[in-house]
Design a binder for this molecule. Structure first.
Ligand code: NAP
Length: 509
């Protein structure tokens, strides 16, 4: 496949009130390719003054945007999908360059945003409210969805196109205006994406971009009294801090955070199928998915057989630049991440785990120019070890043994996270028991832990989320709306609900 040449050293500005402008401080920061260190672009290092400008622009725009009929708002979102589809290859290649995931996965990331745009554009002609009978005669009772106002979308680098789409399209279709603060590791993609919104014809101030550090731009958005909703995806520690801070202004906060996802492999499972699911879920995106499998809980009777198949396949995975067709596993996001992943290898060693494959930062040949970590498997892991409990967010997989399905589910459920679980079994009763007893937000049967579809809710329990859901499904709209309940009394007289309904029924009858 031909990879398109691109100019990779451009400077990108903030997008506020429909204009591309420099940060007030004039300071900038750079974004680099994690595979080889190449400069991808220079961005605005914004501060609270830029956030104030963006909130001001978004607040002004909100008063008009909320009155644009939802089907018209939908047409602009649909247009984003069309442009993104036309630029899919180019955006996918840029995604691989800036974030590192292999090109087929990068194209999938872009495709997910297209799917979400099409799905939410459809909502423009639905946005269901409620119309229910009143307890009083000659009276209508209904509830409609109202937008909240200015929404701040704070997003991570691991799905730099898809995750913002999960937030921004539902926010916009509901009539909110948006300020996007992208991760500082993938800001060029955000700027390119905003160009697409601009080209689609969104009015000034409806979509805004402010780049810069989480501790400055992110924090200022969370603190700003005119921002009514923070929709955040990222680590649990930062999410908790965001939630606490936002509570001071009684803001709505939707949190999608870390995971410690497991694949349970039972003694009746198709082991070859399970191996494929484990390889894809544990090492796809270099293990940097919130839904990545970081624990395999294997029935003790098949554990050795499973590892005999899994370990050589893991050792054969080829590390490299995600743009090369020969690469199976791309870089991790930066050197800091590679070091953190390696610290967990040392922790595993210290806790008595056996390292069956991998276990080091990869530096052979061209890999030395980037941030690569060898796909790694820890064996003899017990449920309370740190590597079985904490999110590593890299290509590191812990193997635990279970005595039964109940035991496996108990181990699975006993972490501070609750995003995704997969169970491999050929026994339909066991599959249904698992569907009943697993306490994560997503459950897969005979498929890996990754691969959500936009038309169903996405999110997790415990330390993964705070009860909201994203992705798709009409439930996502509830995050981005206020319910407004409306009663219309056309009886022409005073009717007192919940006071004299018995008397009224007698009158009517
Ligand atoms: P992160 O470090 O928590 O950062 C997430 C976002 O928050 C970034 O835009 C970051 O900005 C910003 N931020 C940092 N400090 C902030 C503060 N004090 N106030 C407001 N915003 C702040 O997470 P990440 O490393 O980008 O992403 C990896 C994490 O995301 C993993 O834990 C993963 O499991 C989770 N994740 C969860 C889901 C899900 O749906 N559950 C999906 C994907 C990823 P800077 O980049 O400028 O620091």
């Amino acid at each position: 496949m031909t990879i398109h040449p691109v100019q990779t050293d451009m400077q990108f500005k903030n997008y506020i009130g429909g204009k591309w402008i420099e940060s007030r401080s004039g300071k900038t920061f750079a974004s680099h390719n994690p595979a080889n260190g190449e400069l991808i672009g220079t961005l605005q290092a914004s501060d609270t003054r830029d956030v104030d400008d963006a909130v001001n622009a978004a607040s002004i725009a909100f008063e008009k945007w909320r009155k644009v009929p939802a089907p018209k708002r939908a047409e602009l979102i649909y247009r984003v999908a069309e442009i993104l589809r036309a630029r899919k290859q180019e955006m996918g290649e840029l995604l691989t360059r800036e974030m590192g995931k292999v090109l087929p996965e990068a194209l999938g990331d872009v495709q997910e945003a297209i799917d979400m745009a099409l799905y939410m554009a459809g909502e423009g002609r639905r946005l269901n409210g409620m119309l229910v009978p009143s307890e009083l005669p000659s009276k209508w009772a209904m509830a409609v969805r109202d937008p909240l106002g200015v929404v701040a979308a704070i997003t991570p680098w691991n799905f730099p196109i898809a995750i913002p789409a999960w937030k921004m399209f539902p926010a916009l279709i509901c009539g909110n205006t948006v300020i996007w603060k992208p991760a500082s590791d993938t800001p060029v993609l955000a700027a390119r994406m905003i160009e697409i919104y601009e080209q689609a014809g969104f009015p000034p101030g409806v979509v805004n971009l402010v780049t810069g550090g989480g501790g400055t731009v992110g924090d200022a958005l969370v603190a700003h009294p005119q921002v009514r909703l923070i929709t955040f995806t990222g680590s649990t520690d930062i999410g908790r801090a965001v939630s606490i801070k936002a509570a001071q202004n009684l803001k709505r906060v939707s949190l999608e955070m870390g995971g410690k996802n497991a694949i349970i492999v039972m003694d009746d499972a198709d082991l070859d199928l399970a191996v494929e699911g484990i390889l894809w879920s544990a090492f796809g995106t270099s293990g940097q998915r919130c839904t990545a499998c970081s624990r395999v809980i294997a029935h003790h009777a098949i554990k050795k057989q499973l590892l005999d198949k899994l370990v050589p396949r893991t050792a054969a995975l080829r590390l490299g630049d995600g743009l090369l067709a020969t690469t199976d596993v791309g870089p991790v996001i930066n050197h800091r991440a590679a070091q953190k992943i390696h610290e967990y290898t040392e922790i595993a060693r210290g806790e008595g785990a056996a390292i069956l494959v991998g276990g080091a930062i990869a530096t052979e040949g061209d890999l030395a120019r980037g941030s690569f970590y060898q796909p790694t498997i820890f064996d003899n892991v017990t449920p309370t070890m740190r590597v079985a409990q904490e999110e590593i967010f890299g290509p590191s997989l812990s193997i635990l043994a279970a005595q039964s399905l109940d035991d496996a589910i108990a181990i699975n459920n006993r972490t501070n996270f609750g995003l995704s679980t997969s169970v491999y079994t050929s026994n339909v009763n066991r599959a249904f028991e698992a569907m009943r007893d697993v306490t994560t937000g997503i459950v897969y049967i005979n498929a890996g832990t990754i691969g959500s579809e936009v038309q169903l809710p996405f999110g997790g329990t415990r330390g993964t989320g705070n009860g909201h859901r994203e992705g798709g499904g009409a439930v996502v709209l509830d995050t981005f709306c206020e319910w407004k309940t409306i009663y219309v009394d056309y009886s022409g007289r005073l009717q007192r609900a919940q006071i004299d309904t018995d008397a009224l029924v007698k009158t009517v009858l």
